[in-house]
Design a protein around this ligand. Structure first.
Ligand code: MN
Length: 492
């Protein structure tokens, strides 16, 4: 990758600090509580909460959150009592540890993600929302999951698969919902490498080869752009950004596996001091190269649902190279990479005050949905009714919810096809599909399912699974199930 200038973290986000006395005490207590316990890898258990602590510090979370991270497994796995934590560290830390513990308990009741019932998922969500009353609970849970994902290789294969699937279906979308881009990419790519290793390796190689091929051309473009920007006295940083494996997988599925339609495999990212400079940079780029009109996106004027902001444009160079540019301010960059965690840093003072009152009020407008989430949580706590489906749709913007003819709700990733639905119901059904009715009408297996569709799978005992069905499948879950039941001579 050509990178003439690395985009550095701003200095104030790298502050290295000594552990405070409270943090030191938390480490001491956790170490004693977990004494003698080992992780599956054989190392002392305390290494895990200490790794979670480090992640939370990297995210610049406040001290209470860091302490709760150190103690997050003590209630569940040791003799330590919540009362002790409250006495030692106060109400707020105790509340956070309690929230993380409760989330863990709900998960335990759901042994196999494949057999998740919609109601069980609802309960999980309800609890996530309720504990999300203090959204820092979710952030600790995400840090916990990140470390568990990073150390997944120590677990037996069936557990690896279970945790990877859950990471892909629940935690990575949650990170995305919180606009924590860097976390989403890491969680999704690790999980995908366990869920569908073959596909992961294939796409990873594809990206690497493409980068090698593109690097010289990109370097030239970078130089041209730099020269022009300097001439115009624009302050800027430019660097390459590589697409993640899982997002390429999802994008290819959306474009019928046609690589020719993927224009952002590698993109150049430009960081400028302020919003005006963003539009100036966009104008300069368009004076240099021909923009593909339908691919100019102004996420500054219209932020994505999760608060993401940037200008995107795809241009064609005189050498017929197609390149995507992403232009943003440093602050937008911080939000895109760290999301909610970054907002905690920027709003540290205000948030601390608000947390004492039990409510966030002064988040940037593009993160206002967090306030909505908290309002819903407060209502739930008071026993009031909340339209969970609406909330869930917001939380999982990349999911659709479809119905069986009996009215059971099945959730699938956006872009799913009838065969994904069939294999989600059961391999027996998936293997014998002869057709599909959508909303009562005969349809075909290439039709993408939409929010609220009623899907009826037609089967025949005489039907056998076909290798060609792989092209009519979107989810790795269904792809894997189909591969398992393909006749021996058709195995690939
Ligand atoms: Mn843990």
């Amino acid at each position: 990758m050509t990178t003439n200038k690395k985009i550095e973290e701003p200095k104030h986000l790298e502050k290295k600090h000594e552990d405070s006395e409270r943090v030191k005490r938390a480490i001491k207590i956790a170490t004693k509580a977990h004494e003698g316990q080992l992780r599956k890898s054989g190392e002392p258990y305390i290494n895990h909460p200490l790794a979670v602590k480090k992640i939370l510090e990297e995210w610049n979370m406040d001290e209470d959150t860091v302490i709760a991270g150190i103690l997050h497994d003590t209630i569940e796995d040791t003799d330590l009592k919540l009362e002790d934590i409250k006495k030692e560290f106060g109400e707020s830390v105790a509340f956070l540890v309690d929230g993380v513990t409760k989330l863990g308990q709900v998960r335990k009741n759901m042994d196999d993600l494949d057999t998740y019932l919609p109601e069980t998922k609802d309960n999980f969500l309800r609890l996530m929302v309720a504990t999300g009353n203090d959204i820092r609970v979710l952030i600790i849970k995400l840090a916990d999951r990140l470390h568990n994902a990073r150390t997944l290789s120590a677990l037996p294969p069936d557990k690896q698969r279970k945790i990877a699937l859950e990471t892909l279906e629940i935690f990575a979308p949650l990170a995305d919902r919180l606009n924590m881009g860097r976390l989403r990419v890491e969680l999704a790519d690790i999980a995908f490498s366990y869920v569908d290793p073959k596909r992961y390796d294939y796409l990873k190689k594809l990206i690497e080869e493409n980068n090698k091929l593109a690097s010289r051309a990109l370097k030239q473009i970078e130089d041209e752009v730099s020269e022009l920007f300097k001439k115009e006295k624009l302050e800027f940083e430019i660097s390459g950004r590589v697409k993640s494996v899982y997002s390429l997988h999802k994008k290819l599925a959306k474009h019928n596996q046609n690589m020719g339609e993927i224009y952002d495999l590698t993109a150049l990212r430009i960081i400028v001091p302020d919003v005006t400079s963003c539009y100036l940079a966009l104008g300069l780029l368009h004076s240099l190269y021909t923009p593909m009109n339908e691919r100019i996106k102004d996420y500054i004027a219209k932020p994505k649902q999760n608060g993401y902001q940037s200008l995107h444009t795809t241009v064609i160079t005189p050498n017929k190279k197609i390149v995507e540019f992403q232009i943003r301010t440093r602050e937008m960059h911080q939000y895109a990479e760290r999301g909610l965690a970054a907002s905690f840093y920027y709003n540290e003072q205000k948030l601390t005050e608000n947390y004492k009152q039990g409510k966030i009020e002064h988040l940037p407008t593009n993160l206002l949905w967090i306030t909505e989430l908290q309002d819903a949580a407060a209502k739930l706590k008071e026993g009031k009714k909340v339209d969970l489906r609406k909330l869930r749709l917001n939380l999982f913007a990349d999911k659709i919810f479809v119905y069986t003819p009996k009215g059971d709700i099945i959730d699938l990733p956006k872009g799913s096809l009838p065969l994904d639905f069939a294999f989600r119901l059961h391999s027996e059904i998936g293997g014998h599909v002869v057709g599909v009715k959508i909303n009562g009408n005969m349809s075909n297996l290439n039709r993408r399912l939409e929010q609220g569709d009623v899907v009826e799978i037609l089967t025949s005992k005489n039907q056998t699974p076909k290798v060609s069905w792989l092209e009519k499948i979107f989810t790795s879950h269904a792809r894997q199930k189909l591969r398992q039941i393909l006749p021996k001579d058709q195995q690939i």
